[in-house]
Design a protein around this ligand. Structure first.
Ligand code: NDP
Ligand code: 2IT
Length: 449
């Protein structure tokens, strides 16, 4: 129950309009709970209808994606692009290929992307897209044909000044390559800035591959320093997932002096008490595209346990959930707290359920929400767009140092906003408020409604 009647009515309206979109309701409610603390200071939002406008996407595109498998069978998937808000820049956000993709998932992701992109300080609006296509077990040529069919429709809705997609779950450098190839083919134009996460030889940025995981560690390091006078040095870290974000979070946390002892996928988790050997993980996941269980077959002293939630029973100082939404519920959060953790930072989008966040905050753990903690990926996408516009590219060190600066700035912006909202150290509130104030002031200035 929200204090503000205006916000309560908005939430009821959102739920009534799309009763089945539970993930979207969850993201909106968390946002409204934060705004509830400051809404009295901003009567203009209600007068101008800013918040009811903000929770409804500007445009939702839905299309069929037919493709032919290696046996000649026709399959028809559904493709989407939710163009949520373009007040501060062209729509920007990833594409997810996963069987669980539906409008609720993409609306929650697109909605959080508006606030996340605002926090980066770069001029990017918020969007998300994807398909219920399952890339698991598909051959390379099946993936290529799917990407080509997907882009045959999507191309008419995107553009470097319109909407710039990138990767997310199930969409990495290989898929972006096929998507870009098809865009170029059907448009007859080399618009490098239409997608980010491209290969380095055709307009991609150095550090984009590493950016989300690295950025997560930069923000966490600054949070530890500022709020606890501490660091990653000597800490035990558990990271869920074993995809792009998890792998490069492991790399940076290890470089900062921590020991990462566990990784997972949707089937189970590996535990290596001596510290994960990242070269083995990269070989299994990035080169051979195999399951994480293979690690335990190849590294003596490590174990594999089926079931992906079990990873959180391994005690750690710092927990970095980097797999998917709602992987940590209230009970799992209590197990993490009982294991002695001091900090949780979200690499995935919305991996902690609201009751889990409450458990962490009440136990006094540091908690960094996804829209701030994983903003390094899209921030570096923004840097890729800048380099494409300049027709030039920066060195690894140059991009990495810009990324680090952006993540440190995000931490201080959200920390300061938590103080100004009378919730010092509540970074969930800080991220929602700081991200929103900028977009809201632009919506007011542009007279969007
Ligand atoms: P990848 O596809 O590279 O890896 C996803 C990982 O999460 C895999 O280990 C996968 O296991 C696991 N996973 C996916 N879905 C589920 C599920 N339903 N249950 C359990 N495990 C699951 O994706 P990314 O690493 O890119 O993305 C991970 C998270 O980070 C997502 O929430 C994404 O939105 C977020 N993110 C990604 C960014 C990026 O730049 N890539 C930027 C910011 C956030 P399996 O192989 O078994 O499916
Ligand atoms: O959730 C995210 O921020 C991403 N998947 C990255 C989006 C992007 O445009 O780089």
């Amino acid at each position: 129950m929200l204090k503000s009647e205006y916000l309560n009515n908005i939430y009821t309206g959102v739920v009534t309009r799309d009763p089945d979109q539970r993930e979207f309701h969850q993201a909106v409610l968390e946002f409204l709970e934060s705004l509830d603390l400051i809404i009295d200071q901003h009567p203009e939002y209600q007068q101008k209808g800013i918040i009811e406008t903000f929770v409804e996407p500007e445009r939702m595109i839905c299309f069929r994606v037919p493709w032919v498998d290696n046996q000649g069978n026709v399959h028809v998937n559904r493709g989407y692009r939710v163009q949520f808000n373009s007040a501060i820049g062209p729509y920007k956000g990833g594409l997810r290929f996963h069987p669980t993709v539906n409008l609720s998932i993409l609306k929650f992701l697109g909605f959080e992307q508006i606030l996340k992109n605002s926090l980066t300080g770069l001029p990017m609006g918020g969007a998300k897209g994807g398909s219920d296509f399952d890339p698991k077990g598909k051959s390379d040529s099946e993936i290529m044909r799917f990407c080509q069919s997907f882009m045959t429709e999507l191309n008419r809705h995107i553009g470097q000044f319109v909407d710039v997609p990138a990767g997310d779950i199930g969409v990495g450098a290989r898929e972006i390559g096929y998507l870009f190839g098809q865009y170029r083919r059907v448009r007859g134009s080399y618009d490098a800035g239409v997608l980010t996460g491209k290969g380095l030889s055709f307009g991609g940025s150095l550090v984009r591959t590493e950016a989300t995981g690295y950025g997560l560690c930069y923000l966490t390091q600054e949070m530890l320093r500022h709020m606890r006078n501490d660091s990653f040095e000597g800490k035990t870290v558990v990271i869920s997932g074993s995809g792009n974000v998890a792998i490069f979070a492991t790399e940076k946390a290890t470089a900062l002096g921590a020991k990462v002892v566990a990784l997972s996928d949707s089937n189970g988790f590996i535990h290596d008490p001596d510290g994960i050997k990242l070269d083995v993980v990269k070989d299994i996941k990035l080169k051979r595209r195999q399951r994480i269980s293979v690690y335990a077959d190849e590294v003596p002293g490590s174990t594999y346990t089926p079931g992906f939630r079990g990873i959180w029973s391994i005690p750690c100082d710092i927990a970095l959930p980097c797999a998917t939404q709602n992987e940590i519920d209230g009970e799992t959060a209590k197990i993490i707290v009982a294991g002695g953790a001091m900090a949780v930072a979200e690499g995935a989008n919305m991996p902690c359920r609201p009751e889990a966040i409450r458990v962490f905050q009440e136990a006094g753990l540091l908690f960094a929400p996804a829209k701030a903690a994983n903003a390094g990926g899209v921030a570096t996408s923004g840097l890729e767009m800048s380099q494409n516009s300049m027709r030039f590219h920066w060195t690894f060190e140059e991009v990495d140092s810009r990324l680090k600066e952006i993540m440190i700035n995000i931490f201080h912006n959200i920390y300061d906003a938590s103080v100004e909202s009378n919730r010092p150290g509540d970074l969930v509130t800080g991220a929602n408020v700081a991200g929103f104030l900028k977009v809201a002031s632009v919506m007011l200035a542009q007279g969007l409604i």
